[in-house]
Design a protein around this ligand. Structure first.
Ligand code: DQA
Length: 144
């Protein structure tokens, strides 16, 4: 099984970006943890990050050709991007929406997600573990 872990805007700065909200783990360390989790489940993990909406759309289109599913943190684009929502709706593989922070405990503009309705599920608020939980759920769902 092959899974894409896709990180959106500003997540390259994990570790130094608002650590009180997003924790002190760097993106590199987070990806290493997820690759190790994948190995335990015999799942091949590929990690990508982009600050650009179009690049994230291209990554989703391309994943449709090679991956079995996607764990996706669209970051700020969650709340704004019709194009990302359309990209998720356009592909056949399942996408799980992930957020490090509990978006519902934050500003009101973060309560609205344009992508939730086209994702198979959503995990928010567990720090870096949100990704791990999403990965486990996605793999289990794909194995059903
Ligand atoms: C985020 C939450 C978003 O509201 C924010 O814009 C991010 C990160 C999270 O992982 O908690 O950049 O997706």
């Amino acid at each position: 099984m092959k899974i894409l872990i896709l990180h959106g805007a500003n997540l390259n700065l994990l570790g130094t970006r608002e650590p009180e909200v997003y924790g002190s783990l760097t993106l590199e360390s987070l990806n290493e943890k997820l690759i190790a989790e994948g190995q335990k489940m015999s799942v091949e993990i590929t990690c990508q990050q982009s600050n650009h909406e179009g690049t994230l759309i291209d990554a989703l289109h391309s994943a449709n050709e090679w991956a079995d599913g996607v764990v996706f943190n669209p970051a700020g684009y969650t709340h704004t991007s019709v194009a990302l929502r359309d990209a998720i709706a356009s592909i056949e593989i399942p996408v799980v929406e992930v957020h490090i922070s509990n978006v519902y405990a934050r500003e009101e503009f973060r309560h609205k997600s344009l992508v939730s309705a086209v994702c198979v599920g959503k995990i928010s608020g567990f720090g870096w573990m949100s990704y791990k939980l999403a990965l486990e759920a996605l793999v289990e769902m794909l194995n059903l």
